[in-house]
Design a protein around this ligand. Structure first.
Ligand SMILES: *Cc1c(COP(=O)(O)O)cnc(C)c1O
Length: 444
């Protein structure tokens, strides 16, 4: 299997999976996509009764011919160990919740970050590059914590997490600053955009890139995207084995990495019906579906802040697959946007009537289901009855206690993984918001 940039000519030979994960972004600024989608039938998973086993069957064709293929078993055994329970929302057999928040930092980004952390050092060991690996992450929330947790104490890798002072919640700040060892947290006197500009400047600094192999480990990296297909395969196979039904899936979306993984899992052959991208008030994708004109815009702040994205980075991959709104609909894709008022009402209502605590992001999926139930948006074919709906829950509500607790009116219990993190001391180094300041600390 080879991967080609979304901006490359069709004759471009592309790169291997190993090359794609070391590079992250393609040199032409595009995103790597498989040159052709492999097919894996549900029957191929007959012996696959665990998450690592499903991962091996699903990802084998994506690593075919790659030097990393031999390590796939070890990588999946190490990385694909976070459970993804599929639980009924109430006693209604037509609505399920796929809980993706049982990893070390209690959000779905753990799945991709852990796979990349297992694969990237192995891919580099196979190559000739002996520069030390430096991961630079600018973060306003979940990504920094997931990447830090995944790479923590890995030999030969150092992680620098940059976050804006005073702009992350206390819970988020702790998850960025509690690691130590090979992870350094920098509290930047500036905004998230400043943090991102500093990382960008570091990548363009040839003195730094001579000394270090820099990587951003960000969500456009194929090494984060492909493993996210695994929990969709797991979920679809669970339904298919139980009663032969192919579920509709509703996914809280920002940069579209999670949604794209589901689209690709279905393209490979997994039994999944429609896929609905559930966005907060950042409605660039919904506007594109309505007008056919792709117009990225500045992000607006919402209660679901990990989805506050005005220019989704994976849109280029989505457009490579479905270039027009007609193609998007023909591919069984839908989009819905949800206001902050609706997020708040959904959290309040679910806590009061369904004994379900949603994080603000997962509430966007639940609010989308509600819009289907009351007829605001069309109900997918065959639902309810022939096909279940699966709501994807992307983070544990306690991660966003500042938002959720006032709405539900009681304190939230932290999951054990998060509690463990809070037992660790927190440490951050202050950093002025300049590229020279970052270059200086990286060299030191
Ligand atoms: C990152 C994130 C999202 C958005 O996922 P994308 O892959 O960027 O669409 C949704 N919910 C939570 C909790 C997140 O951390």
């Amino acid at each position: 299997m080879r991967y080609r940039s979304t901006r490359a000519a069709p004759a471009d030979p592309g790169v291997t999976f190993s090359e794609a994960i070391v590079q992250g972004l393609a040199p032409d600024g595009g995103l790597y996509v498989p040159v052709s989608m492999p097919t894996v039938s549900p029957e191929a998973f007959a012996q696959a009764d665990s998450m690592p086993a499903v991962a091996r069957v699903l990802l084998a064709p994506f690593l075919a011919g790659d030097p990393l293929a031999e390590a796939l078993e070890a990588i999946t055994a190490e990385a694909c160990t976070v459970p993804a329970p599929l639980v009924p929302l109430t006693d209604n057999p037509d609505v399920w919740v796929l809980e993706l928040y049982h990893g070390p930092t209690a959000a779905f980004k753990d799945f991709g970050a852990r796979f990349l952390a297992a694969a990237l050092p192995r891919a580099r060991a196979l190559g000739a590059d002996r520069r030390p690996l430096e991961i630079l992450v600018a973060t306003s929330g979940d990504t920094g914590g997931a990447v830090a947790a995944a790479f923590h104490r890995r030999p030969g890798v150092h992680v620098s997490v940059l976050f804006p002072r005073g702009r992350v919640s206390p819970t988020q700040r702790h998850q960025l600053t509690c690691w130590g060892d090979n992870v350094t947290a920098y509290e930047v006197d500036g905004s998230f955009d400043d943090c991102q500009a500093m990382v960008k400047a570091a990548f363009a600094d040839t003195a730094l890139t001579t000394q270090f192999a820099l990587s951003s480990a960000n969500s456009i990296n194929l090494g984060r995207l492909l493993p996210q297909m695994v929990y969709y395969a797991w979920m679809a196979l669970t339904h298919w084995r139980r009663d032969g039904r192919a579920p509709h899936v509703v996914i809280p979306s920002g940069n579209l990495g999670n949604a794209l993984a589901c689209v690709w899992a279905r393209a490979v052959g997994l039994p999944i019906a429609t896929i609905t991208l559930a966005h907060n008030a950042n409605h660039a994708v919904a506007d594109w579906v309505q007008t056919g004109v792709w117009r990225p815009r500045p992000s607006v702040a919402t209660l679901a802040n990990a989805m506050d994205v005005g220019a989704p980075s994976n849109m280029e991959r989505l457009l490579a697959r479905t270039p027009t709104p007609d193609a998007f609909h023909a591919d069984g894709l839908h989009v819905h946007t949800v206001s902050d008022a609706s997020i708040a009402e959904t959290i309040r209502h679910a806590a009061a009537t369904q004994a379900r605590l949603w994080c603000p992001h997962s509430a966007v999926a639940a609010a989308t289901l509600h819009a289907m139930q009351v007829g605001t948006i069309p109900v997918p074919d065959g639902w309810p009855g022939e096909a279940p709906v699966v709501l994807v829950a992307t983070a544990h509500p306690a991660k966003f206690a500042e938002v959720v607790e006032p709405l539900v009116g009681h304190p939230l219990e932290m999951p054990p993984a998060l509690r463990t993190l809070f037992d660790r001391p927190s440490h951050a180094t202050s950093l002025p918001a300049t590229a020279t300041a970052l270059a200086a600390v990286l060299r030191a």
